[in-house]
Design a protein around this ligand. Structure first.
Ligand code: GUN
Ligand code: ZN
Length: 438
């Protein structure tokens, strides 16, 4: 069915560092949609005559593409804000106990639903998600995503050196991952990622299995953590003393390629940066998590000097907010701590098309270009009295920056999935009326 939306619109399809024309802004735009796909977009004055018969809704805010969270853990949503420890202790004290509870499928179903609703409330329409080691934690997430028609990528965690109750084996890693790929890869808007937790929780044998899985399934992603925290880096260096650096551990098992997504990368050697860029692999930058766990500040200058692909992730539950706007604001502050100033349009790019590119879904979502799926958010730059004051008479760049520094879920007026309103600040959630593609 055809319909159209009239509103102010903004998107950034390419990295504005490389292409100053990447920013696209229509102060009074028209977005025309047919069966959930964008078929026209431009200035209202130019397009309205051509689509005169199409039912048109005027939306009261700034339309931007739905946010793409490039790294987040759904089982950790109820562990957010757990006090007092850096990464390795935090995992032992807070996270592994929470993940053990996912042995219960009903618990996984309940958390998966709450998690996806929280993404929608924050304007996030696509995400690359860590579940737990339990295969049914993937089923729970994907079934809830199908119900909401969201674009979600995930894959069972591989962790045969994990603690009691959370350890699989190289063999179950292989058979369960193969079965999950058969069940889910490419179904609806879903995608699969081979997901070794990090170097410390997999044996060499299991890392080899992960490499085999990636080689056997060229359509899937590889998703893991890399060089996040100094204590973790020291433990990796001690166990893999013959590796050139942390990235080299993954490289030796065939886990570094253009479909690899590494979360964090806070402490990278120049050699690792060169290798990341040459392989086409990308980094999901997670500034709120890096601050919360005392991991440090991501070095945008180093990554950009090497031309590494970047996206943004919340990394809930080490991350402290589901909001990709707030995460973009913290990315600015992390960059500034290393004497770099992140432009607000580039920050928006990283939170949308940049993350989509990392996840290899940039042809489908991230910039609201013709042919893309109509996942978008309506932002209210007067959502709080302070934002209203700060954005009154402000330029577009100032308004966008204020939304990133002061904004969060409160500025999300509406979230649209495939042209249907899935969340409305006044009305709440609406499930899609159309058939799901089960
Ligand atoms: N490294 C290994 N597992 C995790 C995790 O759950 N969260 C974060 N932030 N880092 C990790
Ligand atoms: Zn993580």
């Amino acid at each position: 069915m055809r319909k159209a939306f009239r509103s102010e619109m903004l998107s950034v399809a390419r990295d504005p560092r490389d292409d100053p024309d990447a920013v696209r802004h229509e102060p009074d735009g028209l977005l025309v949609i047919d069966d959930g796909i964008v078929i026209a977009r431009g200035d209202y004055a130019d397009l309205s005559d051509g689509f005169a018969g199409v039912p048109t809704e005027t939306l009261p805010g700034l339309i931007v593409p739905g946010f793409v969270d490039a790294h987040v853990h759904y089982p950790q949503m109820d562990s957010i804000a757990s006090h007092g420890a850096q990464l390795l202790d935090w995992l032992d004290r807070h996270i592994f106990p929470a993940e053990r509870a996912f042995a219960d499928r009903a618990h996984a179903d309940a958390v998966a639903s709450a998690f996806l609703d929280e993404l929608l409330r924050n304007g996030t329409t696509s995400a690359l998600v860590f579940p737990t080691v339990h295969a049914h934690s993937v089923d729970a997430l994907f079934e809830a995503a199908l119900d909401r028609r969201m674009r979600i990528i995930s894959g069972k965690i591989l962790m045969d050196l994990g603690p009691e109750g959370l350890a699989d084996t190289p063999e179950t890693a292989r058979t369960e991952t193969e079965a999950l790929i058969r069940r889910w890869q490419g179904r609806g808007r879903l995608g699969y990622a081979v997901t070794p937790r990090f170097a410390l929780t997999s044996s060499d044998e299991q890392l080899r299995v992960a490499g085999d899985l990636v080689a056997a399934h060229p359509g899937v992603l590889m998703h893991t953590h890399l060089s996040e925290n100094v204590h973790e880096c020291a433990a990796v260096a001690a166990r893999f003393s013959d590796a050139r650096d942390y990235l080299d551990v993954y490289d030796r098992f065939g886990l570094v390629g253009d479909r690899s997504v590494f979360a964090h990368g806070v402490h990278l050697s120049d050699r690792a940066c060169t290798r990341l860029a040459e392989s086409g692999a990308g980094i999901a930058v997670c500034p709120s998590s890096n601050l919360f766990l005392g991991s440090g500040f991501f070095d945008f200058g180093q990554a950009d000097a090497h031309g590494i692909r970047l996206g943004l992730g919340t990394d809930i539950g080490a991350g402290t907010s589901f909001s990709m706007l707030h995460t973009a604001g913290l990315a600015y502050q992390a960059a500034l701590a290393r004497e770099d100033a992140l432009d607000p349009f580039r920050a928006l790019y990283l939170a949308t098309a940049g993350s989509a590119r990392l996840l290899h879904i940039e042809d489908r979502v991230g910039s609201l270009e013709v042919g893309q799926e109509a996942d978008f958010v309506v932002l209210d730059s007067a959502a709080t009295p302070l934002l209203a004051r700060r954005t009154r008479d402000a330029s577009l760049a100032e308004r966008l920056f204020a939304l990133q520094i002061l904004g969060d879920d409160r500025v999300i007026l509406q979230t649209y999935i495939l042209g249907h309103c899935a969340w409305d600040r006044a009305q709440g959630f609406a499930r899609p009326a159309m058939e799901t593609t089960r």
